[in-house]
Design a protein around this ligand. Sequence first.
Ligand SMILES: Cc1ncc(COP(=O)(O)O)c(C=O)c1O
Length: 478
Amino acid sequence: MIKNDATLELSKEDMKSYGYKVVDAIVEHFDSQREKLPVAMASRKEMDGIFLEDSPEKPMDPQKVLDFVLEEVMTQSNIVSHPKSYSFVPGPSNYISAMADSLASGFNVFSGGWAASPAAAELEIVTMNWLLKIFGFPVKRGGGIFTSGGSMANLTAIIAARTVKCRDDFSKTVIYLSDQAHSSNIKAIRAAGFVKEQIRIIPTDSEFKFSLNKLKNAIAKDTLEGLQPLCLIATAGTTNTGTVDQLSEIAAICKKENVWFHIDGAYGGAAILAKNGKQLLKGIEKADSITVDPHKWFFQPYEIGCLLVRNHKWLKGTFTEKPEYLRDIEGNTSEINFYDHGIELTRRFRALKFYMSIKTFGLKTFRKAITYNIKLAEETESFLRKSSSWEVISPATLAVINFRYNPIGNQLTEKKLDALNQYISKKVVASQKALLVTTVLNKQIVLRMCLINPRTTLDDVKETLSLCEEFAEAKKPF
Ligand SMILES: Cc1ncc(COP(=O)(O)O)c(C=O)c1O
């Protein structure tokens, strides 16, 4: 009789004490993060010094491994949910969803097919319906899928657009996006097999929106040359400035030219829950597909992105494969196998955290939090405008604001101002007291604040700006 003592199990008591310790650590993290420094800094050499070893053959006391991880691993990451974490896109997260993720992992729910976990598939259908409704897509006809993040949602959209519009031969097709579109779109286009010559990057106007005339000209030129405009990617909340492209006008162009209209709402999509956000996002409901990224401004922990499509058949028609060993679990058409709607077969149960957090807090709380974030950025803008030291470069839009240190009366050249603002950011990050990095707008180096954390206060912002001013003043005469 074959015997096995390598079952990778702990006793019930050991599991409990281990688990309680993990929960205690997570609770402590949520409770005390404001008192911690948001920025972690370590060189490869320092990290190697702590962690580098051959894979251990022998077992080790589980508590010791856990202690080591809590002390050395969990302390060496930026705290992206810290109130003074303003870059790049913060990850405010929430405790309920963190626990939901633990449940999903603890039960190791396979969220690929209906037969394997009907409740997981049903929750994905239900939460997808919530999102379809929120974004004004047809709930019955529409569909969607949770992905690992926005990049994967954009990739899923491009592959669906390519398949629905032209099946296998897409060599004569062209994709359009603006110079403010997120880099994941270019990555997705390249990963989907398009070459450089098939990508049109359209310049933006003074407000960082698609230049519509240039877009129309580019489409006309391509059509004249016998190319097929395939897909247009607009952005609802650019990462740099929070700008929303002219969605209704672009929808009309896409309709006229028979072009797939994809909207990357990974950053700003969630703003639809706020009154003024909804106003700004008008026209989003006219898209063929929308990327939303719940692990950003829907306050979910990593990883959960989402693609919504106007017609669920587009996903099924693009991604269905029928291997022999999955024959028995195909089910009926109303019982969705999400592995047929996207790239992944084995998928974690992402819908659970979205479901549990919205059930627990209510959509109303999410609306309030997002409304607060938009207002906080606006108040930051008025504060900056009243100061003689700061210049607002792009106004508060969907909780993003860009500015630079440029005190009235200084004689600095543009080059020196760039260097000074880069210096401020470097010093702030090196102090570890705030995560505030730069971006480039109109060839100027500027500081960018993304204020989507509902626990960030105006006082946090003012303290951070004072810190910036201290570093700048200490550098005088610049
Ligand atoms: C507008 C936009 N699209 C796509 C992405 C990529 O999303 P993810 O990092 O979840 O893959 C981001 C990330 O910041 C983004 O801001």
